[in-house]
Design a protein around this ligand. Structure first.
Ligand SMILES: Cc1cc2nc3c(=O)[nH]c(=O)nc-3n(C[C@H](O)[C@H](O)[C@H](O)COP(=O)(O)O)c2cc1C
Ligand code: SF4
Length: 431
């Protein structure tokens, strides 16, 4: 895989080691920026670059950094969100596995910009193998004087630690992540106060996604205008899209924001495999509404996705073919949300449970005609009424599936669909 920026050198043999990383220009930005550019200058460059968070919400990164209070006596923390729990998303793991030093460099620079002396990388519980790779790279950086009390001889102190969660989707939500990092149960906290003001140990904390941070050395090294050669006015830069499903070449693709969905799937992923026809695409990880095949020419950027009723989200592009049942697909997704709901608030805890039940009976051909409106009503009542965005993440796909594929749900009332009968016969399940 290649890409113009983050994936440019990704397949260079030995890139995970310090020597190779330095050979391709690694840590040059740390040497050029630390002690030479002020933290405020760095924040202004990141603001001017137009970089928006790659964790899902797309919040402007430089603006978030500027919310960290100045002149406070309290420690400030930088936390990298490497939970990568959104179904369909697998970009951060490739970035860390193959290029761990780029994350370390991004974190040193972000730490300098917000004047934090301590960073944490929070990895999901299943990423024990990635933690080893990252710890090894961190040890190399300490040995080379790039981390610790005197980063690159500049007098700036920056320590970096990794932390493994226990494998819960909700721990990707930034406030639940901070609770988990502190050793508490991973449940979301009320916002405001936002973490930038009151985060880890109630101190100012910036939480950023892996891909966001890996962009920083490029932006501070080459400048905002250079970075803006990719992407659109409001969605600057590149994005790593994780493509899964029945395409010929699934995987991670780093492309300029604004690339049409069709170009990603047909030119880069080689189109559908085995003569299958595309039915739908979930463009931003499982939490966003799907798009029907008729909207394949929509550009992949924050604004264009919103204009067609969905979101760019995490960039996890899930492809669904004509032979796949949408009721079954949504039931599958809803089981995930019901299982991962942390249980703190009623709309999400109860709503995901009830929506799962309704989808199960529809899928089994035991649904009632009123079930479809009931499903829509439940989703409408969860959206905007949950304590954290996980509730919305469960409700929005339901609304999108019903908007574009209602006929399939109606077909399921009192009968099973051809796709399910085909699947059952393949698996030897009696009719
Ligand atoms: C249920 C849920 C799961 C999330 N999972 C992740 C995740 O795995 N990785 C991530 O970076 N952000 C995740 N987020 C978004 C974070 O809360 C936060 O917005 C993000 O880490 C901020 O980083 P950014 O500004 O660099 O995007 C999740 C949000 C929710 C509501
Ligand atoms: S919406 Fe409520 S129950 Fe669901 S994960 Fe968030 S806080 Fe927990």
């Amino acid at each position: 895989m290649t890409g113009p920026l983050l994936f440019k050198d990704i397949d260079t043999p030995g890139l995970a080691g310090l020597d190779t990383y330095r050979r391709v220009g690694g840590y040059a930005t740390v040497l050029a920026v630390l002690g030479r550019q002020t933290p405020d200058q760095c924040i202004e460059i990141v603001k001017a670059s137009g970089l928006r968070g790659r964790g899902g919400a797309g919040f402007p990164t430089g603006l978030k950094w500027s919310f960290v209070p100045k002149g406070t006596e309290r420690p400030k923390y930088l936390v990298c969100n490497a939970d990568e729990s959104e179904p369909g998303t697998f970009k951060d793991r490739e970035l860390i596995e193959k290029n761990p030093h780029s994350l370390i460099e991004g974190m040193i620079l972000a730490g300098w910009a917000i004047q934090s002396n301590a960073g944490y990388v929070y990895l999901r519980g299943e990423f024990g193998w990635l933690q080893k790779i990252l710890d090894q790279a961190i040890a190399e950086a300490y040995a080379a004087g790039l981390l610790g009390r005197d980063v690159a001889g500049t007098g700036f102190r920056f320590d970096l630690h990794t932390h493994l969660g226990a494998g819960a989707y909700i721990c990707g939500e930034e406030t639940a992540l901070l609770s988990s990092l502190e050793g508490y149960r991973g449940q979301p906290r009320l916002k405001p106060p936002f973490p930038a003001v009151e985060g880890l140990y109630r101190c100012p904390t910036i939480v950023n996604n892996v891909e966001t941070l890996v962009n920083i050395p490029h932006i501070l090294g080459q400048g905002a205008a250079w970075y803006r050669q990719w992407g659109t006015e409001k969605s600057a830069g590149t994005k790593v899209f994780s493509v899964s499903g029945p395409v010929k070449r699934p995987g991670n693709y780093e492309l300029p924001l604004g690339v049409p969905l069709r170009v990603l799937l047909e030119e880069h992923c080689g189109g559908m495999r085995d003569g299958l026809k595309l039915k739908a695409v979930i463009p931003g990880g499982s939490s966003v509404p799907p798009l029907p095949a008729s909207l394949l020419d929509t550009p992949l950027d924050f604004e264009s996705m919103n204009a067609v009723g969905t979101f760019l989200g995490s960039g996890g592009v899930i492809v669904i073919d004509e032979q796949t049942c949408m009721v079954d697909s949504l039931w599958n997704l809803m089981r995930f949300y019901a299982h991962e709901s942390c249980g703190k608030c009623t709309p999400c805890r109860e709503g995901t449970y009830w929506m799962t039940g309704i989808l199960e009976r529809l899928e089994r051909g035991q649904g009632r005609a009123s079930d479809i409106d009931l499903l829509a009503d439940l989703a409408d009542n969860i959206l905007g009424r949950s304590f954290c965005p996980l509730g919305d993440a469960a409700a929005m796909p339901v609304q999108g599936f019903l908007k574009h594929f209602r006929a399939e749900f109606e077909h399921h009332v009192g009968q099973r669909c051809l796709a399910n009968r085909r699947r059952d016969s393949r698996m030897g399940v009696p009719a």
